[in-house]
Design a protein around this ligand. Structure first.
Ligand code: ZN
Length: 204
């Protein structure tokens, strides 16, 4: 057995990829949106820590029987992952950047590289407002733990709970509000043109 740090990291990511694959394959709203790519290859990466790790470890909201394996596998990759925050404190505030973050499980710059589609796992802590933003790629959010209210343009927000989905079409402005008492953890898939881009704030 090879127990080098790199091998341990890869084993943790294999478990996470397996849990995400199972969820996607057994959730038609996800598998019909974007199948798990068949060109994935693992790309060893230097870990990047972010303050959100503390929230993940101490304030994870409730999951379901189906989604708990993803949460458990995510906990195992925390020290090996490249945690990202697209935005700066100047854009969204210090509390937002300190209690939000995501990893790119697969995609153009993911832990597994693919040009076919993209999968993020993101966490937003309690009582956060993710201001209106947009991107060209089409997107589906799948709530794996907790809940949040999602709004498209100026339409009334829709509460999405564990195992529910929210779809955003190309360039459509959307925002999100977490509850006063719980954050949300989502598996997010992207497809189509603009796959390698970042989201941008409308007022960024
Ligand atoms: Zn989006």
């Amino acid at each position: 057995m090879n127990s080098s740090p790199q091998a341990t990291a890869q084993q943790a990511f294999e478990r996470l990829l397996g849990a995400a694959t199972l969820l996607i394959n057994t959730t038609p709203a996800l598998s019909e949106f974007a199948a798990v790519p068949d060109d994935l290859h693992y790309s060893p990466a230097t870990p990047i820590a972010k303050p959100v790790i503390n929230s993940l470890q101490h304030a994870m909201p409730r999951a379901s029987h189906r989604t708990q394996p993803l949460i458990d596998a995510l906990h195992a990759v925390i020290p090996y992952a490249q945690w990202r925050t697209t935005y700066t404190a100047a854009q969204v505030g210090t509390r937002f950047v300190n209690t939000y973050g995501y990893i790119e499980l697969y995609g153009p710059s993911g832990h597994y590289v693919s040009q076919q589609s993209r999968a993020f796992i993101g966490y937003w802590g309690a009582d956060l407002f993710y201001p209106p933003h947009r991107h060209e790629a089409e997107e589906v959010y799948f709530v794996a733990a907790g809940s949040a209210a999602f709004a498209i343009d100026d339409q009334p927000a829709q509460m999405r709970r564990v195992e529910e989905v929210q779809i955003h079409t190309a360039f459509k402005s959307h925002s999100m509000q977490t509850g006063a008492d719980n954050g949300v953890l989502c598996l997010v898939l992207w497809r189509g043109p603009g796959l390698a881009d970042n989201a941008t704030l409308n007022d960024g």
